[in-house]
Design a protein around this ligand. Structure first.
Ligand code: SF4
Length: 929
């Protein structure tokens, strides 16, 4: 408003005092000052002594009651700290405001203590999904009562049941299965303990005490980077996100942090003010690419060849950290030239060990034992003055007196990657050769450098090869084990910090007495999935049989039986399952009982037999941790579980009690479980489950975890309700670095600084896997393999999106408004033009597996030759036909079935075949709707 206009207006309103822009500003400033006076609290009306202008336009308006209504929106009775557990990796602490027993809104807690004045802090922390969870809690998809199916599975016909009726049905069926078919026909599926371990443990304890099969999730969802267990002997190790700020070179490799790491992306972008450069490698020009100094619009599925081309440049241009490579990696280890196997003590001495290895000491000019391997007497990798040769071929004398040639892994690596010339890599990746050279030079000279790795790369069939190739880059340049450096993988909220406490609660009689199962294998074998590809001329079934026969991978139930009962909680198995149409028409049909425990009606709930209503994130007590930060904070009960819902802890306790009641009524004798020589007396199940009454409530369960872990010593639930607490220690059983005051956590300092052996067969970062299958399949070293051959022209890309966490929030009104309100597929304009498609057309996406029908969005940022649908859409959410998983099927990589090889052994969520889903191709046509 101009001064002139103001004066004119004021003339009209005489005798009021003229109210010009200048005196308005003065008045407003004085008002603000008055409001800021000490003692002038929210509930006291400020004395506006300096405000003399009469400018209240509502003075004579009679209906003023509504003003109070709006003021009351911002009042509350209590505030409770809680968070969300949708596997977002965020782990953000929120305050939930409650009035009259209703959760009215949430606000980021913003009270994470700062690690150091030299690092940006974690406050405030959150995303838009978390910011609207209170609305989700009361939305129509909320499950209110136990339901029992009356129509066909998926038809949506239910009747309301009492808890007693529903639990009796489930308890009788589980017991019936145990006594008639065996305990291994009862299967349990829940995901990501870190996001709410008490809820997880509620069901895992029941599975444990009744001998049920506990299914994996981290490998099945393809969040596990298999290159880490292979190379480092760990599940996943990553720095906390504050450490990104310490980096001078950040490579976002298949990780779109602006969309998928919303609370943490700022650390990377702030690092640019600390001297960092950012490289973004992604086929689409995405929200993170806009922040990059160097953007690589790479061809899909070619990350591995880029990494190996860069490795070759690093080696050719002497940009590798030689002392680091000699001490920390297996690259100097000797390999027999005729067998391609590591030289072992057993080769040199009769009765020698299989797990003792050698390098060539340039000083002594002879093969000497590598310290720190699994069979070594030395529990250090310290070289003690030896100088391992990286290159050369040498003669040694074998135990039988014959002479043999040995060479180094480094020599073999150089040979392996010799063909990845910069021109060849440029041609295959679609990137300019000079930019690949620039990338190699900067990666080799800017220290520390890190790769932030995501699902964009990890979800490919050959994920283990690309993982190993990328890890090779940060090892060659000496970056792993240093703040600001390394290969940091963030897909899935996998890190349970108080791990030992969690294990004790989850599987009380030790993990050795639990039937564990890799879900990828279970879902493949127990369904009609058929991978048409051959691997070295053999179908995957051959490898599966061999693996199971050799005891490398377990396969439950045994003796050709089918699973009969399936209990799902904290997960949406069917919606997220690769090949879900195939599973629905086979595995699903064989199951006599499917139980879903959930706070909302999702696809798995819809296709279940019994649905039990669970408390939401704001109605229970639990804890939450992530690898993205080094703090613990709780879930709190902002209100009691709504409607007839119960917390997961209470549901499984009630089920244990019901099973005990049924067993007593039926006079069931204890069941002798031969596999563990365990007499299972189900009449005592409730006492067993509650730890003989010691852990009756979820708050007790939280305190049990906190009290049994080094990381949370001295902490209680009440304490962490006050404020997030940083972990106080790291248990050396589980961790590879200490937690240090004032320093962001990063892994592998124990190996680099304390010279502790790596958790591998050779005691070093192991790039050479000399297992026979790896050698036969040509994967002993990191190499590049093309995506699996598929007949269709467009890659089917289903990444993590911005507007949901997997399927959670997919059906949230506010999130749908930020998109087009339903499932969309994104396509490059050239691909759309070729097919005569217009923006917003209904399109049919199809391949030999299935099809779906949804709307098209034309997006110039998409890569030609690929279409994208952000994953997680429920099948019932706006597809005309099918769903996003209708086009996928399960493919198992043979090398991920191995076991009993040093550090490579089946372990739930640590090692087992991943449920990859990127090597799927489709075509798109206009749909007739
Ligand atoms: S959904 Fe996850 S990232 Fe978003 S606010 Fe909640 S905890 Fe944080």
């Amino acid at each position: 408003m101009s001064e002139k206009t103001t004066e004119k207006t004021s003339d009209k309103n005489k005798p009021q005092r003229p109210f010009s822009r200048r005196n308005f500003i003065q008045t407003a400033a004085m008002t603000a000052a008055t409001l800021a006076l000490p003692g002038c609290s929210r509930n006291e009306k400020p004395v506006l002594s300096t405000l003399t202008g009469d400018f209240d336009p509502l003075r004579s308006y009679p209906y003023r009651g509504w003003e109070d209504f709006y003021r009351k929106i911002w009042t509350w009775d209590k505030v409770v700290r809680s968070t969300h557990s949708a596997n977002c990796t965020g782990s953000c602490s929120w305050k939930v405001y409650v009035r009259n027993g209703v959760m009215v809104r949430e606000e980021q807690a913003a009270d994470y203590p700062r690690i150091s004045a030299d690092l940006p802090d974690y406050n405030p922390r959150g995303c838009q999904k978390g910011g609207c969870f209170t609305e989700y809690v009361y939305s129509p998809q909320r499950l209110r009562y136990p339901l029992i199916r009356t129509g066909e599975r998926g038809e949506g016909k239910w009747r309301r049941a009492t808890w007693d009726e529903a639990l009796t049905l489930v308890a009788e069926k589980l017991l019936d299965n145990i006594y008639h078919y065996g305990p291994d026909t009862n299967s349990f599926f829940s995901v990501i303990p870190a996001m709410s371990p008490v809820s997880f443990c509620a069901g895992s304890r029941l599975a444990h005490y009744i001998g049920g099969v506990f299914l994996s999730f981290y490998d099945w969802y393809c969040d596990l980077p298999p290159g880490e267990p292979l190379t480092w002997g760990v599940q996943t190790e990553a720095c906390e996100c504050a450490d990104w700020f310490n980096s001078k070179y950040i490579v976002l490799w298949g990780s779109n942090i602006s969309q998928t790491r919303i609370p943490d992306a700022h650390f990377a972008y702030e690092a640019r003010y600390n001297g960092a450069k950012i490289v973004c490698i992604s086929p689409d020009y995405n929200a993170s690419a806009t922040h990059a100094d160097l953007y690589f619009r790479i061809n899909p599925g070619t990350d591995g060849i880029l990494a190996l081309g860069v490795a070759k440049l690093l080696i050719d241009q002497n940009l590798i950290d030689v002392p680091y490579v000699k001490e920390q990696t297996d690259l100097p280890l000797l390999v027999l030239s005729d067998t391609n196997r590591f030289l072992r003590e057993s080769d040199l001495t009769k009765g020698g060990k299989e797990d003792v290895f050698y390098f060539w000491d340039s000083k002594q000019q002879r093969a000497v034992q590598t310290p720190g391997s699994m069979g070594s007497d030395k529990k250090t990798i310290q070289l003690n003055g030896a100088d391992p040769a990286l290159t050369g071929a040498f003669q040694i004398q074998l135990a039988d007196g014959k002479s043999a040639e040995v060479t180094t892994v480094f020599e073999l690596l150089k040979k392996e990657i010799a063909g990845y010339t910069v021109d060849k890599v440029a041609a295959r990746t679609g990137l300019p050769a000079h930019e690949i050279e620039l990338f190699a030079k900067e990666l080799g000279t800017r220290k520390p450098a890190m790769i932030i790795h995501g699902a964009g790369t990890n979800h490919w069939f050959h994920n283990d090869l690309s993982n190993r190739s990328l890890i090779l880059l940060v090892a060659l340049t000496g970056n792993t084990g240093k703040n600001g450096g390394g290969f940091n993988h963030y897909v899935g909220q996998e890190r349970v910090w108080p791990e030992q406490g969690f294990f004790k609660l989850a599987f009380p009689e030790t993990r050795k007495k639990q039937r564990f199962q890799n879900t990828t294998l279970w879902s493949y074998v127990h369904s009609t999935n058929k991978d048409p590809h051959l691997y070295n001329g053999k179908p995957i079934e051959w490898y599966i049989q061999e693996s199971v026969k050799n005891g490398w991978m377990p396969l439950w139930p045994k003796n050709g039986k089918k699973p009969r009962a399936f209990i799902v909680w904290r997960a949406n198995y069917l919606n997220q399952a690769k090949g879900n149409e195939i599973l629905e028409s086979s595995l699903w049909k064989d199951l006599d009982l499917i139980v879903d425990i959930n706070y909302r009606m999702d696809t798995t709930a819809l296709y279940s037999d019994v649905v039990l209503p669970a408390a939401s994130y704001y109605e229970k007590v639990d804890i939450n941790t992530t690898d993205c930060h080094s703090y613990i904070h709780p879930f709190g009960k902002a209100c009691e579980p709504l409607f007839e819902s119960k917390t997961d802890w209470d549901i499984f306790r009630a089920l244990a009690e019901k099973m005990a009641e049924v067993a007593t009524k039926k006079g069931l004798k204890p069941f002798h479980d031969e596999a563990f020589d365990w007499n299972r007396d189900f009449t005592h199940l409730a006492q067993d489950w509650t730890g003989k009454g010691a852990i009756p409530t979820d708050e007790e369960a939280v305190n049990f975890i906190l009290g049994n872990a080094e990381e949370t010593k001295g902490m209680t639930y009440q304490l962490i309700q006050q404020k997030p607490k940083r972990f106080v220690a790291t248990d050396p059983e589980s961790w590879n670095s200490d937690i240090e005051d004032g320093v962001a956590y990063t892994p592998f300092k124990h190996q680099l600084e304390k010279k502790r052996p790596w958790r591998t067969l050779t005691g070093r970062q192991q790039f050479y896997i000399d297992h026979p299958w790896y050698i036969e399949l040509g994967e002993a070293l990191p190499t590049f393999k093309e995506p699996l051959e598929e007949k269709y022209p467009l890659f089917w890309n289903t990444p993590h999106g911005r507007w949901s966490i997997h399927s959670t929030w997919r059906d949230h009104r506010a999130m749908l408004r930020l998109q087009r309100g339903g499932p969309i597929v994104y396509m490059h304009p050239d691909d759309a033009r070729k097919r005569g498609l217009q923006d917003n057309d209904w399109v049919r996406i199809h391949n030999e597996v299935g099809h779906c029908v949804c709307r098209l969005q034309i997006l110039p940022g998409e890569k030609p030759g690929r279409v994208t649908m952000y994953h997680g859409w429920e099948k019932f959410l706006g597809f005309k036909e099918g769903g996003w998983q209708s086009l996928t099927y399960i493919k198992i990589k043979p090398t991920q079935l191995i076991g009993k090889y040093g550090h490579v052994n089946f372990r739930l969520n640590y090692w087992g075949p991943t449920g990859n889903n990127r090597d799927i191709k489709v075509d798109v046509e206009k749909a007739k709707v």
